[in-house]
Design a protein around this ligand. Structure first.
Ligand code: 6R9
Length: 647
């Protein structure tokens, strides 16, 4: 039995969802989803109320997911306008800049309304219409949130590309979704250094149609190259009207596309629609974090990831919350920055990733202890499994043993939390995502035959039995890929790609990906993407990439590289390949270890046996299993002898 931590008494008594509520609400949500979501859909404002709630088929070949599909609404009106009467002067967004010496901004709901309307009018002026795509490639500045909400206001579809991605990754996404406009900034300050965002965007746009326009926000005021396709946001905003009526949008019209990695091929454009997504983001934000009026809530993610979409912008603002947006990094100017910000803005709910917790834990307790963290009520984690040591440090040192930890398991595809303990309802267990959210029915399947594994104390692959409003609807431009990826392996279920264990109490523990996706510092990476970047180098004949355990990042990127005959391994080439991958994808894909592999273990049909490569990278080659089906078993000995992470 693992140790559990009961909810604090005041939270157990006053939470939006108490222990008794949870059981009742959960049972109701599963018994009659149409009734349950029909009621909860009303937590947002509709222009034309829905009469239909759920229309879903998980049948392979015929997958179709619709929620509230005869209703109309506007997301920006829900996140801004409807709060103006009661909380126009309340801070909607606290913006904390990269440098603590610069001033933080407090943007009220009224300010947000003006700024978003202006940006919406500027976009209209560039010819952006309902249904058009707009790529956002921005630092963590308020204009990034304005841009998202401005698109939503006019019914355009945004696709945010993380500012750490390379020009190549950016152009692939701009072309992939056929964007009309790319919104970017001159530079992105982070950790005291300025990334030349505009220059990167220029490089990307060189590979896009001439008709694609760039809208450039001035962040640092640096001199940047300028061309015919560029528009100066600040100049246009100065004269744009701050009145822009919100467009009437159907519940099933796309709100955004977000590219994410899968086990095969290039990243796919996950499509989220308007009504169901907003209902789900708002409800999970309120209940998982037990958000109450006047709380200052902070999610440290970047808006380039789904966590930033649902839990910096859409969920909190739909709830009329005060949400904090931080431009910088946890270790600048030093490792106390997060905690200084919590103290400065009296943060009540703090939501971050295990990789950040591990990195800060490594810097020692003093950085935490010198801040007054008495405003904190709740802590959250997301992105990867959290190891008990990091959980305990977070709980004891950061939370002072007073703050429940919600370990939220979910995915870009799911729009919002699918499993998490609820802070006023459940005694938490370090490392467990624990309980399904309302409407979510987890199913554990046997990976070998797809049969349902019943009972407790079991393990298998994790599927979800039915739909929920926040679920992705399709892959942009490729519905077949959507069905193949999520509905073909285990018919009739949504396949998550994760493994899980259901313990003796019926609580869930996520054990990690069961496919060729690795999780580096909470960022999803398809091994196939890194491989294709490597083999694009003229000296690389073949490459295989796997994850291996990494103290800070959770998983590191381990590359086995076979060179073209005639090319010799060298330290220089190693460096060159690292830079190469960073340029092709971005710094987050930078290989940690590169092993020269004269040969890769392949079956006689030429399939690379990744299981073996994974074991070698994990330093677990006692457990290689059956290698008799290899075309040339001797390559394995060579790989073991030359393993990179000995120790
Ligand atoms: C929100 C987000 C999704 C993958 C997911 C899983 C891993 C996320 C987790 C977790 C264990 C948690 N993951 N949260 N694993 N415990 N609390 O991270 O989306 O970037 O799409 O990644 O991340 O493997 O399948 P995304």
């Amino acid at each position: 039995m693992s140790k559990t931590y009961a909810p604090p008494a005041d939270m157990a008594a006053n939470a939006h969802v108490t222990e008794a509520d949870y059981d009742k609400m959960y049972a109701a949500s599963i018994a009659d989803p149409t009734k349950f979501w029909g009621d909860h859909g009303k937590r947002i404002d509709w222009i034309k109320p829905y009469t239909r709630v759920k229309d879903v088929s998980y049948e392979f070949g015929n997958v179709s997911i619709k929620w509230f599909d005869d209703g109309t609404l506007n997301v920006a009106a829900n996140c801004i306008d409807r709060h103006l009467a009661a909380r126009g002067d309340q801070t909607a967004i606290i913006w904390e800049p990269d440098s603590p010496d610069d001033e933080a901004l407090h943007i009220s709901y009224r300010d947000l309304h003006k700024a978003t309307s202006k940006m919406a009018n500027v976009l209209k002026g560039l010819g952006v219409e309902k249904g058009d795509r707009v790529v956002i490639y921005m630092p963590m500045i308020p204009e990034a949130a304005y841009a998202m909400l401005a698109c939503a206001r006019i019914g355009a579809i945004h696709s945010i590309v993380f500012a750490g991605f390379s020009p190549d990754a950016l152009s692939a996404r701009v072309n992939g979704c056929g964007a009309k406009v790319v919104i970017t900034a001159d530079e992105a300050p982070r950790g005291g250094r300025n990334t030349p965002l505009k220059t990167n965007a220029d490089k990307a746009l060189a590979h896009c149609d001439d008709s694609v326009q760039a809208l450039v926000v001035r962040r640092t005021g640096a001199d940047v190259p300028w061309s015919d396709r560029d528009h100066d946001y600040n100049a246009l905003a100065a004269t744009a009207s701050d009145d822009c009526p919100p467009a009437e949008v159907n519940a099933e019209d796309p709100l955004f596309i977000l590219y994410t990695s899968g086990s095969t091929g290039q990243p796919k454009g996950v499509v989220h629609t308007t009504g169901g997504y907003l209902v789900y983001a708002a409800m999970t934000h309120q209940i998982t974090f037990d958000y109450h009026d006047k709380d200052v809530y902070w999610c440290t993610a970047d808006v380039g990831w789904v966590t930033g979409h649902s839990y910096i912008v859409y969920g909190p603002l739909a709830n009329g919350a005060t949400t904090l947006m931080f431009e910088g990094v946890p270790t600048y100017p030093d490792a106390s920055r997060f905690w200084q910000i919590c103290e400065k803005h009296k943060v009540a709910q703090f939501y971050t990733a295990p990789t950040a917790i591990r990195a800060l834990m490594g810097q020692g307790d003093d950085f935490v202890k010198k801040a007054d963290l008495s405003s904190l009520k709740l802590l959250g984690t997301v992105g990867e499994p959290i190891n008990p040591e990091a959980w305990n440090w977070y709980n004891d040192v950061v939370g002072g043993g007073r703050c429940p930890i919600v370990d939220t398991w979910w995915q870009t595809e799911t729009g919002g939390h699918l499993m998490t303990p609820l802070p006023g309802a459940h005694a938490t267990k370090p490392g467990a995502a624990q309980k399904p959210f309302f409407g979510i029915e987890p199913v554990v399947l046997d990976p070998t035959d797809g049969s349902v594994v019943e009972g407790n104390g079991v393990e298998g692959v994790l599927c979800i039995r039915d739909s929920w409003p926040g679920q992705m609807r399709t892959v942009w431009g490729d519905h077949e890929r959507f069905e193949q990826t999520y509905f073909s392996d285990f018919k009739g279920y949504y396949f998550t790609g994760d493994g899980c264990r259901r313990d003796a109490d019926g609580d869930y523990w996520i054990t990690g990906r069961v496919d060729d996706v690795i999780n580096v510092s909470g960022h999803r990476m398809g091994t196939a993407e890194v491989e294709s970047a490597l083999v694009a180098h003229p000296k690389v004949a073949e490459a295989a990439v796997v994850g291996y355990p990494h103290d800070i990042k959770g998983q590191g990127i381990y590359c086995y590289v076979t060179l073209m005959s005639g090319d010799e391994p060298s330290e220089e080439l190693r460096k060159e390949l690292r830079t190469w991958v960073r340029t092709e994808i971005g710094p987050i894909a930078s290989p940690d270890l590169i092993q020269w592999a004269p040969g890769l273990p392949k079956t006689r049909s030429g399939k690379i046996m990744r299981r073996i490569l994974r074991k070698i990278a994990e330093d677990d080659y006692g457990a290689l299993g059956d290698i008799s089906t290899l075309a040339d078993p001797s390559v394995v000995d060579d790989l073991i002898a030359n393993r990179m992470n000995k120790g």
